[in-house]
Design a protein around this ligand. Structure first.
Ligand SMILES: Cc1cc2nc3c(=O)[nH]c(=O)nc-3n(C[C@H](O)[C@H](O)[C@H](O)COP(=O)(O)OP(=O)(O)OC[C@H]3O[C@@H](n4cnc5c(N)ncnc54)[C@H](O)[C@@H]3O)c2cc1C
Length: 456
């Protein structure tokens, strides 16, 4: 017989999404449980580049990392062209964090404020009763069967999506991640045999021959250690990133590890958000809901943002006593019309980038088609507007230099980025209108792919 535990809210997974939600709900007066299969040392332990912009903390009120939670304070990002002769410096404050230490503090603070934390507990499936999501089944630390019952079940289990993927097939919240809409990423945290110059600038190298459909990175952690890794687009038959790491990155002069501190890989969604973050008694945030920046794959910041908006939507649902999709819909409206719209624009941009050759990327960066401030603008707003002025100016130059195909493609990309954003700004007010909106979204992306000749 399974032991039954009753809550108002059960959060499955205590990574950046789940731990942040537990933290935001810690003083809500609701009976909240957080369940994770790892122990305290394993919290937030998933392989990651560990870099996060400081603005995510300002925007949500989650405490900034401090002391040993910060491995490196960041002043900006250097983006290198394939030849590495062009470098864009994009300024912006952030951190390379010790995920485990920050995660542990947030979970500890939630626990101290009254959230029940169940570690070493693996959730195996949602409980569906009379067509309704009533909780989750789990296996506790001693192998004992536990049923967590709750009005709201939150899937924050990362890309495993243990609840979302097992929802009834006809629920719109059940949505699979296509391989081509994800990067497979691998990283090592290493000690180096030299001193890094300007460790406060993290480095991104765009090079389709090293990291096809992604990029490789070098994020300093102080002067003598770094988080080094790469992501490659899934589903295209590219080599495994851990193999590329060994064959290509370890041969580079700046990657000279004397000691490997941590190594591992995982999947990163690189697309627009899931069509809905809620359904009846269900909320999904973080990687299972694809709340990730499609261009750079950063997911911690959006997971925190989604958790912040989810905490408000859950409180509203309890005030109204309505735990249906309609009662929780406020999360969709708050997310889709802000970050979701940005993600939608960037998803168009990502598809375009993944099709570019190294020559095109080099050309674009060298001739100022993508300047530092534009790169920043694009990554913040999901719109390519800032570049259009530059595009006009370089139009004649491009033609003169014999690369006439790039300009019309870029104009198309800018147009579709705008259309995708607008569509997300029109996210339906009511769950009933979701299927019609989803059809429009799918048609827009299919049309864009046809327009630029993408076959996948
Ligand atoms: C190599 C790599 C580099 C990356 N670099 C960056 C970066 O520099 N910056 C950035 O912002 N993002 C980066 N990302 C993305 C980022 O790691 C994720 O977007 C982020 O961790 C998502 O948070 P999450 O809470 O949704 O999921 P996760 O961090 O995956 O947390 C999910 C939690 O759920 C738990 N869980 C899973 N299944 C179950 C179950 N059945 N029962 C109970 N618990 C369960 C897990 O133990 C885990 O604690 C990177 C990803 C990879 C793979």
């Amino acid at each position: 017989m399974a032991r039954t535990l009753d809550y108002d809210v059960v959060i499955v997974g205590l990574g950046p999404a789940g731990a942040s939600l537990a933290w935001f709900l810690r003083k809500s007066g609701l009976r909240v449980a957080g369940v994770d299969l790892v122990d305290w040392d394993g919290l937030w332990g998933k392989p990651c580049g560990d870099a996060i912009g400081a603005h995510h903390f300002d925007e949500t009120g989650l405490p900034h990392p401090r002391g040993e939670e910060v491995r490196q304070a960041v002043e900006g990002i250097d983006i290198y062209s394939p030849s590495e002769k062009v470098r864009l410096r994009v300024r912006g404050k952030g951190y390379v964090i010790d995920r485990n230490k920050l995660g542990r503090r947030l979970v500890r603070e939630a626990l101290d404020a009254g959230v029940d934390i169940h570690l070493n507990s693996r959730v195996t499936a949602p409980i569906i009763e009379d067509g309704r999501l009533a909780g989750v089944r789990a296996v506790g630390p001693g192998g004992d069967a536990i049923e967590y019952r709750a009005r709201v079940v939150v899937d924050a289990s990362g890309s495993s999506g243990v609840v979302r993927r097992r929802l009834p097939e006809d629920w719109p919240a059940r949505e699979e991640l296509k391989k081509v809409d994800a990067n497979i990423a691998y990283r090592e945290v290493v000690e180096l045999d030299y001193e890094i110059e300007e460790p406060e600038y993290i480095r991104i190298y765009v090079n389709q021959e090293i990291a096809p459909g992604g990029y490789w990175w070098f994020f300093p952690e102080g002067r003598t250690a770094a988080n080094i890794g790469l992501g490659v687009q899934g589903g295209r038959g590219y080599p495994n990133p851990s193999l590329i790491y060994r064959e290509k990155l370890l041969k580079r002069p700046e990657v000279r590890p004397v000691k490997v501190l941590r190594a591992g890989g995982s999947i990163v969604p690189t697309r627009r958000p899931a069509n809905t973050l809620v359904w009846d008694n269900f909320v999904g945030i973080g990687d299972n809901s694809f709340t990730v920046n499609p261009v750079h794959g950063g997911g911690m910041g959006y997971a925190i943002f989604a958790a912040h908006k989810a905490s408000k939507a859950i409180l509203e649902a309890f005030e109204k006593g309505d735990f249906t999709a309609r009662g929780l819909w406020g999360l969709n409206l708050a997310y889709m019309r802000t970050i979701g719209a940005k993600q939608a624009g960037l998803d168009i941009f990502r598809i375009f980038l993944q099709e570019l050759s190294n020559d095109d990327i080099e050309y674009g960066l060298r001739h100022g088609i993508m300047r530092a401030e534009d790169a920043y603008e694009t990554s913040v707003t999901g719109e390519l507007k800032a570049n259009l002025g530059v595009l006009d100016k370089v139009a004649r130059l491009i033609k003169a230099l014999g690369r006439p195909s790039l300009l019309p493609r870029l104009v198309k990309v800018a147009e579709y980025m705008s259309r995708a954003r607008r569509l997300y700004l029109e996210y339906p007010e009511d769950p009933e209108d979701l299927p019609r909106w989803v059809a429009r979204v799918e048609e827009l992306y299919a049309e864009f792919k046809r327009a630029i000749g993408v076959k996948w």
